[in-house]
Design a protein around this ligand. Structure first.
Ligand SMILES: [Zn+2]
Length: 486
């Protein structure tokens, strides 16, 4: 057996102004043997595809795997480019190929509002109906129910933080291999639940979502032919008709078993909608900073402030306030500002420089901050990701400068990478315990490490494009009747 491996991944905030270009995708794109070498042994979707192929002694045709994290709309050029590259790679080897393993996000949107559904629809048109396709989705995908007609097998992450990316890739590969061998006859249904939640409330270890996820696992254990039951939480910042939660259920042979499980899970979630959206737990910047200062313990772990509305790692609302707090040692890891980083690299470490930092991604990211900074470290760091989620995957921050302003350490980076683990500290010789406050912009992924490494987590809302209070967003395309937005 021989399987193609490919992927095209983006979580699109449709409200952001600057599109995600082909160049942005190409920064991390891997092809051919480099794809296999880069992802083998990593806790990632392609890492899972590769592990399962190896376990079954299956030949691989590694085509291209590109991902651009979470950012604005993708350009149609990027969509067309990867569609062409993947379909041509498959067609070239069609007679010597048994199936395709594809890693998609599920919340990709282009500037002409094409989505992952269109990607698969157009891929099908090019490669034909007979080629088996298995797709892995992110837990934050806004899945279109019609995907079930185009894809042979699919599954999605069950955890957020996504510590199960590798396991999901393996699960999809196992289902596809089983189907190709004739051992499995998977039938999948996608049922929409008219709820969309801010990403901060999609942490799967936090109640009541943790109990909902346990219920899905219990359903799979009933051993009645249900092969897989994923609660896909959706992405509130992609304004598309298919916005919101989906139940992705797969049964062996009998679709009614999948349908029944999906109906039951959908009702369970709908009934919990108010407690899944605990907006009273969100602080304003002022009250969050006051709470953070009250929570600092002199010999304790840092307090985490989560500026979660910032989708581009360059919001200035909280940082501006931290710079004004005398005597409090704060860390602002992975602050995205390529121009400022580049400028800092022109001066030697130890020198002082005047910079304007942040606020570039849109007007809602806040005004840039003018600082006089000491350069503590500079270079172009590349390393293997630590922590749990994505462990082992290659990370490149691009031109980077760590600067100190008053008592605040700021990591100016050029590649838009979110800080989710201790890498910003450990890779550069710092100890996170030396800081009173750590400012993060992750949504749930930071919890895999910071739940235990922080004194307290304080969720702060700002005016940027990923707010916790969803009724502040100008939705135009979301279908009617989705709680709590339309
Ligand atoms: Zn996600």
């Amino acid at each position: 057996m021989r399987l193609a491996i490919a992927g095209f991944n983006l979580e699109s905030v449709t409200f952001l102004p600057n599109p995600t270009t082909l160049n942005d995708f190409e920064v991390l794109a891997k092809r051919g043997q480099d794809l296999v070498d880069s992802f083998s042994g990593t806790n990632t979707v392609p890492g899972g595809f590769i592990a399962e192929c190896n376990a079954h002694k299956i030949d691989m045709l590694p085509l291209v795997y590109s991902e651009a994290g979470a950012a604005a709309l993708a350009t149609d050029e990027a969509f067309d480019h990867y569609l062409r590259e993947i379909s041509e790679g498959i067609l070239k080897e069609k007679t010597a190929l048994d199936g395709v393993l594809l890693g998609l996000h599920g919340a990709l949107v282009t500037n002409s509002f094409k989505t992952d559904f269109d990607f698969i629809f157009e891929l099908r048109k090019k490669i034909g109906d007979r080629m088996p396709i298995g797709v892995s989705f992110d837990l934050h995908g806004n899945l279109d129910p019609k995907l079930a007609e185009l894809v042979d097998v699919m599954s999605a992450y069950r955890e957020s933080p996504h510590v199960d990316m590798g396991a999901t890739g393996q699960r999809v590969a196992k289902l596809l291999i089983g189907k190709i061998k004739g051992i499995l006859e998977p039938k999948t249904i996608i049922k929409k639940v008219p709820i969309t939640l801010p990403s901060i409330f999609t942490a799967t270890q936090v109640s009541p979502l943790s109990e909902i996820m346990s219920h899905a696992r219990n359903k799979e254990r009933e051993n009645n032919g249900l092969l897989d039951c994923c609660v896909v939480m959706g992405f509130a910042y992609a304004d598309v008709p298919q916005i919101g939660i989906s139940i992705l259920a797969t049964a062996q042979t009998d679709i009614t078993i999948a349908q029944k499980a999906a109906d039951e899970m959908a009702l369970l979630i709908w009934n919990q909608r108010q407690s899944l959206y605990p907006k009273h737990t969100i602080y304003s910047v002022t009250s969050g900073l006051a709470e953070a200062q009250d929570s600092i313990k002199p010999s304790g772990k840092p307090v985490v402030i989560l500026e979660h509305a910032d989708r581009m790692n360059d919001s200035t609302y909280v940082l501006r306030e931290l710079l004004e707090l005398p005597g409090i040692k704060s860390a602002a890891p992975y602050f995205w500002d390529p121009q400022a980083a580049q400028k800092a690299l022109t001066k030697p470490v130890g020198s002082t420089i005047k910079l304007s930092i942040g606020g570039n991604s849109s007007k809602k990211a806040g005004d840039p901050i003018s600082v006089s900074a000491e350069i503590i470290w500079s270079g172009e760091p590349s390393f293997s990701m630590g922590g749990v989620m994505g462990k082992g995957r290659p990370v490149s921050l691009g031109p980077t400068a760590i600067i100190q302003v008053n008592t605040v350490l700021i990591w100016l980076i050029s590649a838009n990478v979110s800080a989710i683990n201790l890498d910003p500290f450990e890779q550069f010789g710092f100890d996170h315990k030396d800081f009173d406050i750590v400012l993060l912009r992750s949504k749930t992924h930071f919890r895999a490490i910071w739940e235990t490494e922080s004194e307290k987590i304080i969720i702060v809302d700002t005016p940027d494009w990923g707010p916790g209070l969803l009724d502040t967003l100008p939705y135009q395309n979301a279908r009617k009747g989705v709680f709590p937005i339309t």
